[in-house]
Design a protein around this ligand. Structure first.
Ligand code: DC
Length: 230
């Protein structure tokens, strides 16, 4: 049976950075489920479908094929056979993903794919509903969060480093709106699973968070002592 680590939490909590590092350290496959919802959102945007048009989205879902492949250990998302990974990290696509991920037609399609990936390999999967819905039997469940202002500042710094001008208040508002939608939707809302370990990264470095999750993993895997996994 494969070992599954589920990391859920709100936008900008650092899930993907941390999950990627841990995956490398443990030799696990990293599955970024947000990228799958973004790929679907990218498709709806490219077809000019409105985020509120559930009927059009349900019909469009019948034409969408999302596939995951790995290149040099990095997840690539193929949308109808085309690699769209480079186009998914914009605010527009992120907001559309948050709006359209509320629909059962979108979720059902992706949850199936995510479960198949976790059956085949040891995975670290991050998202919003991994511990509660996708992999309820995951041996390690983490709920990773941080204060809204901290998450907005991190996003602001990330964009500023790329030379992209932005307004931190707008980023903070977008994050708050996204959290609200993700936590209050009917199907698989973002919430901490009862058996998940809560980590608030507001005052922690990336290394400290990685270490904290690694400790949870070691306990779950029954690894004793201070031996190194590398
Ligand atoms: O993690 P992210 O920002 O790339 O995710 C984009 C959106 O996709 C997020 O706002 C909600 C949705 N999502 C989801 O509903 N369930 C997941 N497991 C992952 C993402």
């Amino acid at each position: 049976m494969s070992m599954n680590i589920a990391i859920d939490g709100p936008a900008g909590a650092g899930k993907s950075t941390i999950a990627k590092r841990l995956a490398k350290r443990l030799g696990f496959v990293y599955v970024d489920t947000g990228a799958m919802y973004r790929a679907m959102a990218y498709y709806f945007l490219s077809r000019g479908i409105a985020g509120k048009d559930e009927d059009a989205i349900a019909i469009a879902c019948q034409d969408v094929d999302v596939t995951i492949v790995y290149e040099n250990g990095e997840q690539q998302v193929l949308l109808n056979g085309k690699n769209v990974s480079g186009a998914l990290r914009t605010e527009e696509v992120g907001n559309m993903a948050s709006s359209t991920s509320v629909y059962p037609a979108v979720r059902t399609k992706l949850v199936e794919l995510q479960r198949r990936l976790a059956e085949k390999s040891d995975v670290i999967m991050d998202g919003r509903d991994i511990g509660t819905c996708v992999l309820p039997g995951a041996q390690v469940k983490i709920y990773l969060t941080a204060e809204t202002a901290t998450r907005a500042k991190r996003r602001y710094d990330e964009l500023a480093a790329k030379g992209i001008a932005c307004d931190i208040r707008k980023i903070e508002q977008d994050i708050a709106d996204r959290d609200y939608r993700d936590m209050h939707r009917e199907m698989s809302p973002l919430r901490q699973a009862e058996d998940a370990v809560l980590i608030d990264s507001s005052k922690m470095t990336i290394d400290e968070v990685v270490e904290a999750i690694y400790e949870v993993y070691r306990e779950a895997a029954g690894i004793k002592g201070a031996e190194s996994e590398t």
